[in-house]
Design a protein around this ligand. Sequence first.
Ligand code: NDP
Ligand code: 2IT
Length: 444
Amino acid sequence: MSYVDEVIERVVEKNPSQPEFHQAVREVLNSLRPVVEANEEKFRKDALLDRIVNPERQIIFRVPWVDDKGQVQVNTGYRVQFNSAIGPYKGGLRLHPSVNLGIIKFLGFEQVFKNSLTGLPIGGGKGGSDFDPKGKSDREVMAFCQSFITELFKYIGADTDVPAGDIGTGAREIGYMYGQYKRLTGLYEGVLTGKGLSYGGSLARKEATGYGLLYITEEMLKCHGDSLKGKTVIVSGAGNVATYAIEKAFQLGGKPVTCSDSTGWVYDPDGIDLAALKEIKEVKRARLTEYKNYRPKAEYHEGRGVWSVKADVALPCATQNELNLDDAKMLVKNGVKVVAEGANMPTTQEATDYLQENGILFLPGKAANAGGVATSALEMSQNSERLSWTFEEVDAKLKGIMVNLYHNIDRAAEKYGLKDNFVAGANIAGFEKVVDAMNAQGIV
Ligand code: NDP
Ligand code: 2IT
């Protein structure tokens, strides 16, 4: 049996009930076959893939807090410090009831390669909790965040592990966590990114993931003799990534016509009303059902359905496995040319295969959404030098990183005779740098 198959088998056997982790490992290792098989004995002897799929450290802890009725609630907290070969662990904190160890491991594993692709010195990690911020008061969210950090502060630091936002963790949560970290340690340091601008945050971090997604999509289109101008864009999600993907899509001359949340979706043929979306989600923290109050002509539908709308470009920006094989078939039938993942692993493996087999230009999340973590690394740089760069400076750097990243994955795919297979290109290019650093540092 090949070394790749052996490792996949071991991962499945040793990590039962973690289907998302298996899925992420399978996807990466399958596309590494040409690299590994060219030097299989060395990879096996050094147990390189075994080391890559085993997190350096996994921390699981109790998070007790008191709700507004005086009832004690208990959640589980996680931080998976996956790989520090190229820098301190870096990656977001997800707060969502669906969080479990397998979800955090899939995200941490993806993060290792994504962070490598940014070209910046950041290793991979991820964390979070099964806490659901939805419907909680500010005080309850603060109580949870303080309790969460009261345990996690022992394991993080500006030069060791730097968490940030993800689903359910935005500026409010990062603020409460930062305050508690500072109180416990007495350190005013860049231990978290996505901070508010008044206490060490970076301009353009909020926008970075969505903007970066559109920068890389535009660069890919440019290299294929096309552009976003005049394109109809369908977007899922209505959170941080989706909102700023919609904003940049407009700025580049596209027309985003959909967005969605976990209860329903909006189709606005005139283009999404961005001001309304921001007010509903960022200010009121409300449901998309409210969108019709702002735009009576728009359609609101319960459930899912964004992928049924005819468009040129599809941007899944909500969560994992939200675009399945049936959706992929619908996209192809409707003439979609590009799918670029704003979320982490939003497309199932079967759907990815179908899209690629049908000539869709497919940009995987670990490349397409790397602008967020890249800008987090820029926030770390600003914190280290105790300076703040302008929005324009950060945005220009972000754009440069995404353009370089595109060419890097494009070259890697071409090198192995896989032109336009950006899944393979991203996995190979991300992997090569991490492996080089691991080899140089010996068996650690
Ligand atoms: P937010 O919490 O800001 O928004 C998430 C959005 O997705 C919401 O509209 C939410 O709807 C929807 N959603 C979440 N879970 C589900 C679900 N199980 N089913 C249906 N809809 C769901 O998160 P972000 O925008 O930050 O993150 C979105 C994706 O992008 C995630 O995959 C994240 O890992 C990834 N990502 C985020 C980065 C960042 O910088 N924030 C960077 C790179 C990737 P509702 O509010 O109803 O739950
Ligand atoms: O998935 C991701 O890359 C993020 N949630 C952002 C991580 C970060 O450290 O900014």
